[in-house]
Design a protein around this ligand. Sequence first.
Ligand code: NI
Length: 225
Amino acid sequence: MAAYVIIQVEVTDPTAYAKYMQAANGTHDAFGGRFVARGGAITPLEGDWTPPRFVVIEFPSTEKALGWYRSPGYQAARRLRLGAAKFQAFIVEGLPTSAAPGVTSQSTEAVNLAQRFEMFSDLWSPHKIASVDDYDVKIVKVKGDFVEHVHEHEDELFLVLDGELRLKMPHGEARLRPGELFVVPRGTHHRPTAPEETRIMLLERRGVVNTGNVRNEQTRTEKSI
Ligand code: NI
C-alpha cells in the first residue's frame, strides 16, 4: 500500500537550504517517490498549525520510503540542510489497496460484485468499487423514482445487473434489462426509475455527482467499499 512522507520545514538559512533542495532533487525517483505537495500555499482551517513550508511525497510502500530516506544519495543531501532548517518528518501509511482495487500493480484480488452488493442496503447511493484511470466504477441499488437531472460535462454509463432500469429522457425512454447497458450523453436530462429493486453498475468520470445539476435529499457522496 502507498505511504506518504510528510515533512514540515522552517527554513533558517535559505542559501544552504537551496543547495539541499538541489542535491535532494530526484533522489526519490529510484524508489518510486513523487511529490504530492511541495511548498504550496497553506490555508489554515482549525487550530494554530501553520507550518511555513509543507511537503508531501508519495511512495509505493513504507519500505520504499525508508529506502529513499536511508539511501546514500538522500543522506548526502540531508547533511547539506542540517543547520539550514528546522525539519520534522514522518511516514504515514495510505489506505489498503482493497479500498480501491486495481489501482496498484500488486493486487491480485478480483472484485466480486455479489459480495460488494452485500455490503450496503441504502438505495440510490453509489458505492465505488474500482477506478480506471480518471473514471470510477460504482454499484448502486435502486428502486422507485430518482430526481431528473443533467450532467453538463460528463457522459454516464449504466449497466443493469438484475432488475430493470428506465431512463426517461426528453426524446424518449431507455429500458434496460439485465446484461444491457446505456450511455446517457453529457447534456441530456435523465430521470432514472426502477419498478422493482434493481442492481446497476455505473462508469463515470471521477467527481460526478449522482444528482448532476440538482442538490436535494437524494444527493450522495459516494463511498468506497
Ligand atoms: Ni445522472
